[in-house]
Design a protein around this ligand. Structure first.
Ligand SMILES: [Zn+2]
Length: 122
């Protein structure tokens, strides 16, 4: 990970135990991915908000073989797309065995010098 990514509001939030998402400072609409203009009003004053950390599982992938050396120690592991209660969808690790539609809350897994978002069953 580069210094730029470590300084990113999403990653620095995880390091502090907070899930963050981007929202429009003009109309308040949450943004599906990091964007440069609001999906709702076209405004460019986008900021980062703290999410409650509760979410619903949207999809689940079991990873048996890690794609990189950095993740080898974690394998096998579970990756999910989860929909935050605030609306945005995030990719994250999760407790093994979570199912689509299940309610989860954010957990934080220290991995090397990074912090990974890892959802746990509520
Ligand atoms: Zn807006």
């Amino acid at each position: 990970m580069t210094t730029d990514q470590a300084d990113h509001p999403y990653q620095s939030g995880l390091d502090a135990g907070i899930v963050r998402y981007q929202a429009c400072d003009d109309c308040g609409a949450w943004q599906p991915l990091q964007r440069h203009a609001c999906r709702a009003c076209g405004g460019t004053r986008l900021g980062w908000r703290d999410a409650a950390g509760t979410a619903t599982i949207h999809s689940v992938t079991e990873v048996a073989r890690a794609p990189t050396d950095a993740f080898r120690a974690l394998a096998p592991y579970t990756l999910v797309l989860a929909t935050l209660d605030e609306g945005p969808r995030v990719m994250a690790h999760a407790e093994p065995g979570v199912a689509i539609g299940e309610r989860v809350r954010a957990g934080f897994l220290r991995h090397g010098e990074h912090t990974l978002l890892r959802f746990l069953r509520e």
